[in-house]
Every structure is written in structure tokens, then in C-alpha cells.
Design a protein. Structure first.
Length: 282
């Protein structure tokens, strides 16, 4: 199947299945009272909270809530685990095949253009593979704690507070992790284009591209200021050097200026050299 056909047809179909099925689960769960509060979050469980330990309180779904949770939530997380592992394995195999083809052409002394094109494709494939691995790592880091919580609750029948804390910490951070992973290729491109920028400036440019004009303007001002500050220093050095050279052991000072007949030629020569130096620096 070609990539264009998959993007045009099957990608939309798969997105539709995911959205419709999970909306259906949410609507059904709310309508029959499956979602109930817990100390850490609200999810599919018997309710109200604490009804299992209080025989005087009715406890709907006391025995069936774990099965609903598996069918409506945790089971799909496990399917996502399997799908992510399989798809990333296929990506790795594709990169591996590309690398092997490159090695074959290297040993056969292929034309430079053909080898360069294959190296470009291989580099792109490696970048895609690294990017996908980062997305997988973010997904596992976010949802593994929910899986551990489910397994502990399933086997022991109790909730562990520190696992609940980890769930509440990491699940809201999935979008944060994905945002930085999504921005990573742009950061790499900007770092190649602007190697003199700091890490803070590059991160700012990743999320606020309009800041580039501000940084370029500041960089230009700093460069102009450096040149302007260096001119007086070089000119003063030249004045001192020429003064000492033209007047013997001492520079052109007040005593020489009071003797115009004696210092006239030295001052004329110094003035001409200073003008020449200014013209060269400008």
C-alpha cells in the first residue's frame, strides 16, 4: 500500500474508529454510573467511594467494575502498547534494510550521486526512528503507572497511595512531553543555522519563531558596538606610537605644541597618518 493511499483513506478510517469508540465508552459509562471518585482521580470503579468497606451503603458495580475498566480503558492501553511496539519494530526493520542497501552500494563503488541520495534517505529514516522512540518513551512513562495500579488492584484488591501519586503526576504531563518531542526536529535545525545562540534562545525560537528578528537585531547592535569601541583604542595607540616616534624619546605633548616651529613637521605627519588610519578602519 502506498503512503498516499494510506493517508487519504485508511488513516481517516482509523482515526474515526478511535474517536467514535472512545466517545461511546464515555457516554455509556456516564449514563450507567461507572465513573466514581477515588482519593487520586475519577475513573471506572465501584461507587460511592468507600462503599466496599461499608455494608450499609449500596455499592453498584462492586464485582463488575474491574471488567468494565478492562473493557473500556485498560484493555485499550494494552492494545496501544502492542501497536506501538509493533510499529516501531517495523520502522527499525525499515531503517536496517536501508543501511544494508547502503553497505552493498559502498562495496560496489556506486556512483557518488546515488550513494549520497541513499545516505540522505538513511539519515531521514534514522531521524524518524529516533523521533518515534521518543514518543514511545513518553507514552510508556505516562501510562505505565496506570497499568501497575490496575495490576495491583486486580491482584490484591487494594489501592497503593504512591502509585496513585505517580499516576496523577505523569498522566497530565503527556502533552508536555509530546510538545518537546514534536519541537525537537525544529530545535536541531535552528541549532545548525544559529550555532552561536544559547540554549535558552534556541528553545525560545522553537516555540516563538518571531523572536528571531529580536535576537538578530540585538546581535547586530552588539557587533556594531564592538567595532565602535575598538576604534578609539586603536587610534589612541597609533597616536602614542607616532608621537613617540616623531618626537624622539617623548610624545607630542604641551611642550611641543608651544613650539610650533619645531613641532610643525611632526604634527603634520601625525595628522596625515591619523587620517589615513581612520579611512582604513572605516
Amino acid at each position: 500500500m502506498k503512503k498516499e493511499e494510506f493517508a487519504r483513506v485508511w488513516e481517516k478510517v482509523l482515526h474515526g474508529i478511535v474517536v467514535i469508540s472512545h466517545l461511546s465508552f464515555a457516554i455509556v459509562g456516564v449514563s450507567i454510573g461507572l465513573f466514581n471518585p477515588t482519593p487520586g482521580f475519577c475513573y471506572i470503579t465501584a461507587g460511592p467511594y468507600g462503599c466496599k468497606s461499608n455494608p450499609d451503603v449500596p455499592c453498584p458495580f462492586e464485582t463488575t467494575a474491574p471488567y468494565f475498566y478492562e473493557a473500556f480503558a485498560q484493555g485499550w492501553i494494552q492494545v496501544a502498547y502492542v501497536g506501538i511496539i509493533v510499529t516501531n519494530l517495523l520502522i527499525w526493520l525499515s531503517v536496517r534494510r536501508q543501511e544494508k542497501r547502503m553497505e552493498k552500494y559502498r562495496t560496489r563503488s556506486a556512483a557518488a550521486e546515488q550513494l549520497a541520495d541513499m545516505e540522505k534517505k538513511s539519515s531521514y529514516a534514522r531521524s524518524v526512528f529516533i523521533q518515534s522512540i521518543l514518543y514511545v518513551a513518553a507514552f510508556f512513562l505516562t501510562w505505565s503507572w496506570a497499568t501497575v495500579f490496575h495490576l495491583v488492584a486486580w491482584t490484591t484488591g487494594r489501592s497503593v497511595p504512591w502509585i496513585t501519586l505517580l499516576i496523577n503526576t505523569f498522566i497530565p504531563l503527556q502533552g508536555f512531553f509530546n510538545a518537546f518531542i514534536y519541537a525537537r526536529p525544529r530545535y536541531i535545525r535552528l541549532k545548525k543555522m544559529h550555532g552561536d545562540f544559547s540554549f535558552k534562545q534556541l528553545i525560545t525560537l522553537v516555540f516563538l519563531p518571531q523572536a528571531l528578528s529580536v535576537y538578530e537585531e540585538e546581535k547586530g547592535r552588539r557587533g556594531t558596538g564592538t567595532v565602535a569601541m575598538s576604534k578609539p583604542n586603536s587610534l589612541s595607540t597609533l597616536r602614542n606610537g607616532l608621537g613617540g616616534t616623531c618626537s624622539g624619546s617623548k610624545g607630542v605633548g604641551e611642550e611641543d605644541l608651544l613650539k610650533p616651529n619645531e613641532a610643525e613637521n611632526d604634527l603634520t605627519l601625525t595628522e596625515k597618518n591619523l587620517n589615513l588610519a581612520v579611512d582604513e578602519e572605516q
